[in-house]
Design a protein around this ligand. Sequence first.
Ligand SMILES: O=P(O)(O)O[C@H]1[C@H](O)[C@@H](OP(=O)(O)O)[C@H](OP(=O)(O)O)[C@@H](OP(=O)(O)O)[C@H]1O
Ligand SMILES: Nc1ncnc2c1ncn2[C@@H]1O[C@H](COP(=O)(O)OP(=O)(O)O)[C@@H](O)[C@H]1O
Length: 322
Amino acid sequence: MKCTVALFSFGLASKPRQQRNQGVTWKKPGSTGTLPPITVPLKKPQPWVQVVGHAGSFHAGDYGMLLKRYTEGEQQCLQRLMEDSLRPFVPGYHGVVQRAEQDYNMMDDLLTHFNSPAIMDCKIGTRTYLEEELTKARERPQPRQDMYEKMVDVDPEAPTAEEQAQQAVLKTRYMQWRETLSSTTTLGFRIEGIKKADGVCNTNFKRTKSREEVMQALQDYVGCNALIVKGYLRRLKELRLVLETSDFFRTHEVVGSSLLFVHDSTGKTGVWMIDFGKTVPLPPPLTLDHRTPWEEGNREDGYLWGLDNLIDVLTDILPHLT
Ligand SMILES: O=P(O)(O)O[C@H]1[C@H](O)[C@@H](OP(=O)(O)O)[C@H](OP(=O)(O)O)[C@@H](OP(=O)(O)O)[C@H]1O
Ligand SMILES: Nc1ncnc2c1ncn2[C@@H]1O[C@H](COP(=O)(O)OP(=O)(O)O)[C@@H](O)[C@H]1O
Protein backbone atom coordinates (compact mmCIF):
# COMPACT_ATOMS: atom_id res chain seq x y z
CA MET A 1 0.00 0.00 0.00
CA LYS A 2 0.96 3.67 -0.35
CA CYS A 3 1.46 5.97 2.64
CA THR A 4 -1.88 6.98 4.11
CA VAL A 5 -2.44 10.31 5.80
CA ALA A 6 -5.24 10.47 8.36
CA LEU A 7 -6.56 13.99 8.37
CA PHE A 8 -9.37 13.32 10.79
CA SER A 9 -9.51 11.71 14.16
CA PHE A 10 -11.94 8.87 14.70
CA GLY A 11 -14.77 8.71 17.11
CA LEU A 12 -13.26 10.00 20.34
CA ALA A 13 -14.50 13.53 19.73
CA SER A 14 -17.02 14.96 17.36
CA LYS A 15 -14.88 17.51 15.58
CA PRO A 16 -12.20 16.57 13.09
CA ARG A 17 -8.65 17.00 14.34
CA GLN A 18 -7.81 19.72 11.82
CA GLN A 19 -10.62 21.95 13.05
CA ARG A 20 -9.77 21.72 16.71
CA ASN A 21 -6.70 23.16 18.44
CA GLN A 22 -5.92 25.67 15.75
CA GLY A 23 -5.94 28.24 18.49
CA VAL A 24 -7.33 28.18 22.00
CA THR A 25 -9.62 30.94 23.15
CA TRP A 26 -10.68 31.38 26.77
CA LYS A 27 -11.85 33.95 29.25
CA LYS A 28 -10.21 34.72 32.56
CA PRO A 29 -12.04 32.76 35.27
CA GLY A 30 -14.67 34.92 36.91
CA SER A 31 -14.26 37.74 34.41
CA THR A 32 -17.31 39.70 33.40
CA GLY A 33 -16.57 39.20 29.79
CA THR A 34 -15.38 42.76 29.27
CA LEU A 35 -11.78 41.73 28.64
CA PRO A 36 -11.03 40.71 25.09
CA PRO A 37 -10.53 36.96 24.79
CA ILE A 38 -6.92 35.83 24.75
CA THR A 39 -6.01 33.79 21.71
CA VAL A 40 -3.01 31.50 21.98
CA PRO A 41 -1.88 30.25 18.61
CA LEU A 42 -0.97 26.59 18.89
CA LYS A 43 1.24 24.64 16.58
CA LYS A 44 -0.72 23.20 13.67
CA PRO A 45 -1.58 19.61 14.60
CA GLN A 46 0.25 16.95 12.63
CA PRO A 47 -1.77 14.45 10.68
CA TRP A 48 -0.95 10.84 11.52
CA VAL A 49 0.78 9.01 8.66
CA GLN A 50 0.77 5.27 7.98
CA VAL A 51 3.88 4.27 6.05
CA VAL A 52 3.10 0.59 5.29
CA GLY A 53 0.85 -2.23 6.52
CA HIS A 54 -2.75 -3.24 6.00
CA ALA A 55 -5.02 -0.55 4.61
CA GLY A 56 -7.98 0.34 6.82
CA SER A 57 -6.54 -1.17 10.03
CA PHE A 58 -5.85 2.13 11.76
CA HIS A 59 -7.66 5.22 12.88
CA ALA A 60 -6.02 8.26 14.37
CA GLY A 61 -7.59 8.90 17.75
CA ASP A 62 -7.58 12.00 19.89
CA TYR A 63 -5.08 13.04 22.53
CA GLY A 64 -2.13 11.38 20.77
CA MET A 65 -3.81 7.98 20.55
CA LEU A 66 -3.86 5.55 17.67
CA LEU A 67 -6.44 2.80 17.18
CA LYS A 68 -5.37 -0.43 15.50
CA ARG A 69 -7.85 -3.12 14.48
CA TYR A 70 -8.04 -5.59 17.37
CA THR A 71 -6.39 -8.96 17.39
CA GLU A 72 -6.16 -10.94 20.60
CA GLY A 73 -2.55 -11.93 20.01
CA GLU A 74 -1.41 -8.34 19.67
CA GLN A 75 -3.42 -7.29 22.72
CA GLN A 76 -1.74 -10.01 24.84
CA CYS A 77 1.70 -8.88 23.67
CA LEU A 78 1.05 -5.18 24.28
CA GLN A 79 -0.34 -5.95 27.73
CA ARG A 80 2.69 -8.07 28.66
CA LEU A 81 5.06 -5.48 27.23
CA MET A 82 3.63 -2.84 29.58
CA GLU A 83 5.03 -4.96 32.45
CA ASP A 84 8.36 -5.70 30.78
CA SER A 85 11.70 -3.88 30.65
CA LEU A 86 10.91 -3.23 26.95
CA ARG A 87 8.10 -0.83 27.89
CA PRO A 88 10.06 2.34 26.92
CA PHE A 89 10.65 0.87 23.46
CA VAL A 90 7.03 0.15 22.52
CA PRO A 91 4.00 2.43 22.16
CA GLY A 92 2.11 2.82 25.44
CA TYR A 93 -0.94 0.53 25.44
CA HIS A 94 -4.30 1.78 26.69
CA GLY A 95 -6.71 -1.15 26.29
CA VAL A 96 -9.49 -2.05 23.88
CA VAL A 97 -12.05 0.43 22.56
CA GLN A 98 -15.00 -0.15 20.28
CA ARG A 99 -15.92 2.13 17.39
CA ALA A 100 -18.69 1.37 14.89
CA GLU A 101 -18.95 -2.19 16.23
CA GLN A 102 -15.26 -2.87 15.60
CA ASP A 103 -12.77 -3.45 18.42
CA TYR A 104 -9.44 -1.63 18.40
CA ASN A 105 -6.28 -1.80 20.47
CA MET A 106 -5.58 1.76 21.60
CA MET A 107 -1.94 2.80 21.77
CA ASP A 108 0.25 5.91 21.73
CA ASP A 109 0.71 7.60 18.37
CA LEU A 110 4.52 7.71 18.23
CA LEU A 111 4.52 10.69 15.86
CA THR A 112 2.81 13.04 18.31
CA HIS A 113 5.87 14.83 19.63
CA PHE A 114 7.57 15.36 16.29
CA ASN A 115 7.36 18.26 13.89
CA SER A 116 6.83 17.19 10.24
CA PRO A 117 8.61 13.91 10.96
CA ALA A 118 10.56 11.68 8.62
CA ILE A 119 9.47 8.08 9.22
CA MET A 120 10.97 4.71 8.30
CA ASP A 121 9.52 1.24 8.86
CA CYS A 122 12.14 -1.56 9.00
CA LYS A 123 10.97 -5.13 9.36
CA ILE A 124 13.36 -7.03 11.63
CA GLY A 125 14.29 -10.70 11.58
CA THR A 126 15.25 -13.38 9.07
CA ARG A 127 11.79 -14.98 8.89
CA THR A 128 8.52 -13.18 8.18
CA TYR A 129 6.02 -16.02 8.66
CA LEU A 130 5.30 -18.15 11.70
CA GLU A 131 6.32 -21.78 11.96
CA GLU A 132 2.65 -22.57 12.50
CA GLU A 133 1.85 -20.97 9.11
CA LEU A 134 4.32 -23.35 7.49
CA THR A 135 2.67 -26.36 9.14
CA LYS A 136 -0.77 -25.14 8.07
CA ALA A 137 0.41 -24.58 4.49
CA ARG A 138 1.58 -28.20 4.36
CA GLU A 139 -1.53 -29.66 5.90
CA ARG A 140 -4.09 -27.48 4.10
CA PRO A 141 -2.41 -25.65 1.22
CA GLN A 142 -4.36 -22.56 0.15
CA PRO A 143 -2.70 -21.02 -2.91
CA ARG A 144 -3.45 -17.30 -3.22
CA GLN A 145 -4.13 -15.43 -6.40
CA ASP A 146 -3.54 -11.99 -4.84
CA MET A 147 -0.01 -13.00 -3.82
CA TYR A 148 0.65 -14.45 -7.27
CA GLU A 149 -0.33 -11.10 -8.76
CA LYS A 150 1.90 -9.17 -6.33
CA MET A 151 4.76 -11.51 -7.25
CA VAL A 152 4.29 -11.14 -11.01
CA ASP A 153 4.08 -7.35 -10.65
CA VAL A 154 7.64 -7.36 -9.32
CA ASP A 155 9.06 -10.21 -11.38
CA PRO A 156 7.01 -12.01 -14.06
CA GLU A 157 9.64 -14.77 -14.09
CA ALA A 158 9.40 -15.55 -10.37
CA PRO A 159 6.50 -18.06 -10.30
CA THR A 160 7.27 -21.70 -11.10
CA ALA A 161 5.52 -23.45 -14.00
CA GLU A 162 3.07 -25.01 -11.53
CA GLU A 163 2.34 -21.64 -9.93
CA GLN A 164 1.83 -20.11 -13.36
CA ALA A 165 -0.64 -22.83 -14.24
CA GLN A 166 -2.53 -22.21 -10.99
CA GLN A 167 -2.10 -18.41 -11.18
CA ALA A 168 -1.65 -18.67 -7.41
CA VAL A 169 1.11 -19.13 -4.79
CA LEU A 170 1.16 -20.27 -1.17
CA LYS A 171 1.56 -17.47 1.37
CA THR A 172 4.72 -19.01 2.84
CA ARG A 173 6.24 -19.28 -0.64
CA TYR A 174 5.40 -15.62 -1.31
CA MET A 175 6.88 -14.57 2.03
CA GLN A 176 10.08 -16.59 1.41
CA TRP A 177 10.41 -15.05 -2.05
CA ARG A 178 10.05 -11.55 -0.51
CA GLU A 179 12.72 -12.45 2.07
CA THR A 180 15.32 -13.49 -0.51
CA LEU A 181 14.49 -10.71 -2.94
CA SER A 182 15.14 -8.13 -0.20
CA SER A 183 17.78 -7.94 2.55
CA THR A 184 15.75 -10.02 5.06
CA THR A 185 17.65 -13.26 4.40
CA THR A 186 21.11 -11.74 4.06
CA LEU A 187 20.97 -8.98 6.70
CA GLY A 188 18.05 -9.96 8.95
CA PHE A 189 16.14 -6.74 8.31
CA ARG A 190 14.58 -4.89 5.40
CA ILE A 191 13.33 -1.42 4.71
CA GLU A 192 9.56 -1.55 4.16
CA GLY A 193 8.80 2.11 3.61
CA ILE A 194 10.03 5.65 4.13
CA LYS A 195 8.18 8.92 4.41
CA LYS A 196 10.44 11.94 4.27
CA ALA A 197 9.81 15.26 6.00
CA ASP A 198 8.64 16.81 2.71
CA GLY A 199 5.82 14.26 2.64
CA VAL A 200 7.29 12.16 -0.16
CA CYS A 201 6.65 8.52 0.51
CA ASN A 202 8.48 5.51 -0.92
CA THR A 203 7.41 1.92 -0.39
CA ASN A 204 9.34 0.63 -3.36
CA PHE A 205 12.04 -1.31 -1.50
CA LYS A 206 11.10 -4.88 -2.41
CA ARG A 207 14.37 -5.30 -4.32
CA THR A 208 16.61 -3.34 -1.96
CA LYS A 209 18.91 -6.19 -1.03
CA SER A 210 22.65 -5.56 -1.05
CA ARG A 211 24.42 -3.86 1.84
CA GLU A 212 25.34 -0.98 -0.51
CA GLU A 213 21.72 -0.50 -1.64
CA VAL A 214 20.52 -0.52 1.97
CA MET A 215 23.24 1.96 2.97
CA GLN A 216 22.23 4.26 0.13
CA ALA A 217 18.55 4.16 1.13
CA LEU A 218 19.42 4.86 4.78
CA GLN A 219 21.74 7.73 3.85
CA ASP A 220 18.98 9.24 1.76
CA TYR A 221 16.46 8.78 4.58
CA VAL A 222 18.61 10.69 7.11
CA GLY A 223 19.43 13.43 4.59
CA CYS A 224 23.14 12.72 5.12
CA ASN A 225 22.84 14.10 8.66
CA ALA A 226 25.37 12.45 11.02
CA LEU A 227 23.63 13.74 14.17
CA ILE A 228 20.43 11.94 13.24
CA VAL A 229 22.32 8.69 12.69
CA LYS A 230 24.14 9.09 16.02
CA GLY A 231 20.77 9.57 17.74
CA TYR A 232 19.38 6.45 16.10
CA LEU A 233 22.49 4.44 16.97
CA ARG A 234 22.32 5.43 20.64
CA ARG A 235 18.71 4.34 20.82
CA LEU A 236 19.29 1.06 18.93
CA LYS A 237 22.19 0.12 21.20
CA GLU A 238 20.05 0.82 24.28
CA LEU A 239 17.30 -1.32 22.76
CA ARG A 240 19.74 -4.15 22.11
CA LEU A 241 20.91 -4.13 25.73
CA VAL A 242 17.33 -4.28 26.98
CA LEU A 243 16.33 -7.00 24.48
CA GLU A 244 19.21 -9.16 25.68
CA THR A 245 17.74 -9.29 29.19
CA SER A 246 13.99 -8.92 28.53
CA ASP A 247 11.78 -11.76 29.81
CA PHE A 248 9.19 -11.01 27.16
CA PHE A 249 11.72 -11.21 24.34
CA ARG A 250 13.33 -14.43 25.59
CA THR A 251 9.96 -16.18 25.69
CA HIS A 252 8.40 -14.99 22.41
CA GLU A 253 8.88 -15.74 18.70
CA VAL A 254 8.92 -12.22 17.20
CA VAL A 255 7.97 -12.39 13.53
CA GLY A 256 6.96 -9.61 11.15
CA SER A 257 7.60 -6.94 13.76
CA SER A 258 9.09 -3.61 12.70
CA LEU A 259 11.23 -0.87 14.15
CA LEU A 260 9.64 2.49 13.51
CA PHE A 261 12.27 5.22 13.08
CA VAL A 262 11.18 8.83 13.48
CA HIS A 263 13.16 12.09 13.33
CA ASP A 264 12.51 15.72 12.57
CA SER A 265 14.43 18.85 11.62
CA THR A 266 15.06 19.75 15.28
CA GLY A 267 17.38 16.71 15.42
CA LYS A 268 15.00 14.76 17.65
CA THR A 269 15.08 11.00 16.99
CA GLY A 270 13.15 7.98 18.22
CA VAL A 271 12.93 4.26 17.49
CA TRP A 272 10.20 1.93 18.75
CA MET A 273 9.19 -1.70 18.23
CA ILE A 274 5.77 -1.97 16.57
CA ASP A 275 3.46 -4.63 15.12
CA PHE A 276 3.08 -7.62 17.40
CA GLY A 277 0.41 -9.27 15.23
CA LYS A 278 2.69 -12.26 14.66
CA THR A 279 4.54 -12.33 17.97
CA VAL A 280 3.65 -15.51 19.83
CA PRO A 281 4.56 -16.94 23.25
CA LEU A 282 6.78 -20.04 23.22
CA PRO A 283 5.75 -23.23 24.99
CA PRO A 284 7.72 -23.27 28.29
CA PRO A 285 10.54 -23.98 28.94
CA LEU A 286 11.58 -23.06 25.37
CA THR A 287 13.43 -19.76 25.02
CA LEU A 288 15.17 -18.08 22.08
CA ASP A 289 18.44 -16.20 21.76
CA HIS A 290 17.22 -14.55 18.51
CA ARG A 291 20.68 -14.96 16.90
CA THR A 292 20.92 -18.69 16.22
CA PRO A 293 20.07 -19.42 12.56
CA TRP A 294 16.55 -20.71 12.00
CA GLU A 295 15.92 -24.38 11.43
CA GLU A 296 12.35 -25.55 11.34
CA GLY A 297 11.35 -26.47 14.88
CA ASN A 298 13.80 -24.21 16.73
CA ARG A 299 11.48 -21.17 16.36
CA GLU A 300 14.44 -18.77 16.08
CA ASP A 301 13.53 -15.52 14.30
CA GLY A 302 16.92 -13.82 13.77
CA TYR A 303 15.70 -10.60 15.40
CA LEU A 304 18.90 -9.78 17.31
CA TRP A 305 21.09 -10.85 14.41
CA GLY A 306 19.16 -8.41 12.23
CA LEU A 307 19.49 -5.67 14.83
CA ASP A 308 23.26 -6.30 15.04
CA ASN A 309 23.48 -5.89 11.26
CA LEU A 310 21.32 -2.79 11.24
CA ILE A 311 23.58 -1.20 13.87
CA ASP A 312 26.67 -2.18 11.81
CA VAL A 313 25.24 -0.76 8.59
CA LEU A 314 24.27 2.53 10.25
CA THR A 315 27.73 2.75 11.83
CA ASP A 316 29.29 2.18 8.40
CA ILE A 317 27.43 5.09 6.82
CA LEU A 318 28.59 7.57 9.49
CA PRO A 319 31.91 8.46 7.77
CA HIS A 320 29.97 9.35 4.60
CA LEU A 321 27.82 11.93 6.40
CA THR A 322 28.29 15.53 7.45
O1 LIG B 1 4.23 -6.54 2.10
P1 LIG B 1 3.53 -7.40 1.08
O2 LIG B 1 4.44 -7.92 0.06
O3 LIG B 1 2.30 -6.73 0.52
O4 LIG B 1 3.02 -8.70 1.87
C1 LIG B 1 2.18 -8.62 3.01
C2 LIG B 1 3.05 -8.49 4.26
O5 LIG B 1 3.98 -9.53 4.33
C3 LIG B 1 2.16 -8.54 5.52
O6 LIG B 1 2.99 -8.55 6.67
P2 LIG B 1 3.04 -7.26 7.67
O7 LIG B 1 1.67 -7.12 8.26
O8 LIG B 1 4.06 -7.66 8.66
O9 LIG B 1 3.46 -6.13 6.81
C4 LIG B 1 1.32 -9.82 5.55
O10 LIG B 1 0.45 -9.74 6.65
P3 LIG B 1 0.41 -10.72 7.89
O11 LIG B 1 0.97 -9.88 9.01
O12 LIG B 1 -1.01 -11.02 8.06
O13 LIG B 1 1.23 -11.92 7.61
C5 LIG B 1 0.47 -9.91 4.31
O14 LIG B 1 -0.25 -11.13 4.36
P4 LIG B 1 -1.85 -11.17 4.24
O15 LIG B 1 -2.40 -10.21 5.27
O16 LIG B 1 -2.19 -12.61 4.55
O17 LIG B 1 -2.12 -10.77 2.83
C6 LIG B 1 1.31 -9.89 3.05
O18 LIG B 1 0.46 -9.89 1.93
N1 LIG C 1 2.10 3.41 17.48
C1 LIG C 1 2.26 3.95 16.27
N2 LIG C 1 2.50 5.28 16.13
C2 LIG C 1 2.64 5.84 14.91
N3 LIG C 1 2.56 5.15 13.76
C3 LIG C 1 2.32 3.82 13.83
C4 LIG C 1 2.17 3.15 15.07
N4 LIG C 1 1.94 1.84 14.83
C5 LIG C 1 1.95 1.70 13.49
N5 LIG C 1 2.18 2.89 12.88
C6 LIG C 1 2.21 3.13 11.43
O1 LIG C 1 1.44 2.15 10.77
C7 LIG C 1 2.25 1.37 9.89
C8 LIG C 1 1.80 -0.10 9.92
O2 LIG C 1 1.87 -0.57 11.25
P1 LIG C 1 1.79 -2.12 11.60
O3 LIG C 1 1.51 -2.26 13.05
O4 LIG C 1 3.00 -2.78 11.06
O5 LIG C 1 0.50 -2.56 10.76
P2 LIG C 1 0.16 -3.95 10.05
O6 LIG C 1 -0.03 -4.94 11.16
O7 LIG C 1 -1.07 -3.65 9.27
O8 LIG C 1 1.36 -4.30 9.19
C9 LIG C 1 3.68 1.61 10.33
O9 LIG C 1 4.58 1.51 9.25
C10 LIG C 1 3.61 3.05 10.84
O10 LIG C 1 3.70 3.97 9.76
